[in-house]
Write a protein that binds this ligand. Structure first.
Ligand SMILES: NC(=O)c1ccc[n+]([C@@H]2O[C@H](COP(=O)([O-])OP(=O)(O)OC[C@H]3O[C@@H](n4cnc5c(N)ncnc54)[C@H](OP(=O)(O)O)[C@@H]3O)[C@@H](O)[C@H]2O)c1
Length: 266
C-alpha cells in the first residue's frame, strides 16, 4: 500500500517504520514543523517531507492522521486528497463517524474512512516499537476498507480486533488510568525522592514488582497493599502532615487513599 502520514509525532515515529517493515511504501510525511517530518523521514526508506496539506497529486492510497485529537477537524478541513483515497485516524476516543462526517463536508472527492488505533504508549526518539504484541483496534466505514485494514494490521501485529467506536473509547479511558496516570504517579514519586535528596533508583525494584504482581493477578485489586488497603489511619495522617506544604500532592494522596479505602472497607 502507498501511504502518507499526516503528523510526525510520537505515534507516527513508530507506526510509519512498522508499515515499511511490512512491505508498504511511505511516500510523504506532513508536519507543520519541517524538522519533525525531516527527523521521521530520515528513518524511512524513500519518504519525502510534505509542507502543506494538499495531497491532490499524491500517489498514496492510504492517509494516516497522526495528529492530536483536537486538531483532527482543522486538519481534515484543509486536507486535499486524491481520488480513491482512504483515510484513517489513530485516536483512542474520536468516533469513526466524526471522520466520516468531516470527509463528507470538507473533501471534494469521496473518501473512505477508518480507524487504526494502536493500544500502546509511544514516544518519539525511543527505540522502535516491536508491534507484534501491540493490540490494534480497527474500524472502517465499509467492508472493503475493513478487510484492507485487518490485513495491514495482521502484517504488523498478532493482536488485531475489530472494535466499535464506543468500545474503543472505553479502552482508551481505561488506558489513561493504566498507563498515563500510573506514569504520572511514578513521576511524582521521582520528584518526592529527589527533592529530599534520595535516589529514585531505590524505588525501581518496588515498581517492577508492583507491575509484575498486578499483571500476574486476575484482578490487580487482589494484590493491593499499603496504608489505605490496611486502613492504617495514623500512617495516612503522618504522610498528609508531611505534605502540608504541598497541597497538590496532598490532594492527590487523599483522592487515591479514599479510592482504595472505598474498594476494600465495607
Ligand atoms: N502517543 C501515543 O502513545 C499514542 C498511542 C495511541 C494513539 N495515539 C494517537 O495518535 C495521534 C497522535 O498522537 P501523538 O502522541 O503522536 O501526538 P504528537 O506527538 O503530539 O504529534 C502530533 C503531530 O501532529 C502535528 N500537529 C499538532 N497540531 C496540529 C495542527 N493543529 N495541525 C496540523 N498538525 C498538527 C504535530 O505537528 P508538528 O510536528 O508540526 O509540531 C505533530 O507532528 C492521536 O490521535 C493519539 O490519540 C497516540
Amino acid at each position: 500500500m502507498e501511504i502518507s502520514f499526516i503528523g510526525a509525532g510520537n505515534l507516527a515515529w513508530h507506526l510509519a517504520p512498522a508499515f515499511e517493515n511490512a512491505g508498504h511504501h511511505i511516500n510523504e510525511v506532513y508536519s507543520r514543523q519541517l524538522q519533525h517530518s525531516r527527523r521521521l523521514v530520515s528513518n524511512l526508506y524513500d519518504a519525502h517531507t510534505h509542507s502543506d496539506l494538499n495531497f491532490a497529486d499524491s500517489p498514496s492510497k492510504l492517509f494516516v492522521l497522526a495528529v492530536p485529537d483536537d486538531a483532527l477537524e482543522e486538519v481534515c478541513s484543509r486536507l486535499v486528497l486524491p481520488e480513491n483515497a482512504r483515510i484513517v485516524h489513530t485516536s483512542g476516543t474520536r468516533p469513526l463517524s466524526d471522520l466520516t462526517h468531516w470527509m463528507a463536508i470538507y473533501s471534494d472527492v469521496p473518501v473512505r474512512t477508518g480507524v487504526f488505533y494502536a493500544l500502546q504508549t509511544f514516544t518519539r526518539e525511543q527505540t522502535f516499537m516491536e508491534f507484534g504484541e501491540v493490540p490494534l483496534c480497527l474500524e472502517a466505514s465499509d467492508k472493503e476498507l475493513e478487510d484492507e485494514l485487518v490485513t495491514m494490521g495482521q502484517e504488523i501485529s498478532d493482536i488485531v480486533y475489530l472494535i466499535t467506536s464506543g468500545e474503543r473509547r472505553v479502552l482508551h479511558m481505561a488506558a489513561v488510568f493504566a498507563c498515563n496516570f500510573t506514569n504520572h504517579l511514578l513521576a511524582l514519586a521521582h520528584d518526592v525522592t529527589t527533592a529530599n535528596g534520595l535516589e529514585f533508583d531505590l524505588l525501581r525494584p518496588l515498581i517492577r514488582e508492583t507491575l509484575r504482581k498486578g499483571l500476574a493477578a486476575d484482578n490487580p485489586a487482589q494484590v493491593q497493599t499499603g496504608p489505605a488497603r490496611r486502613n492504617d489511619l495514623s500512617t495516612i495522617e503522618a504522610h498528609l502532615s508531611m505534605l502540608a506544604t504541598q497541597p497538590r500532592l496532598a490532594e492527590l494522596y487523599e483522592v487515591m487513599t479514599s479510592s482504595i479505602q472505598r474498594m476494600y472497607i465495607r
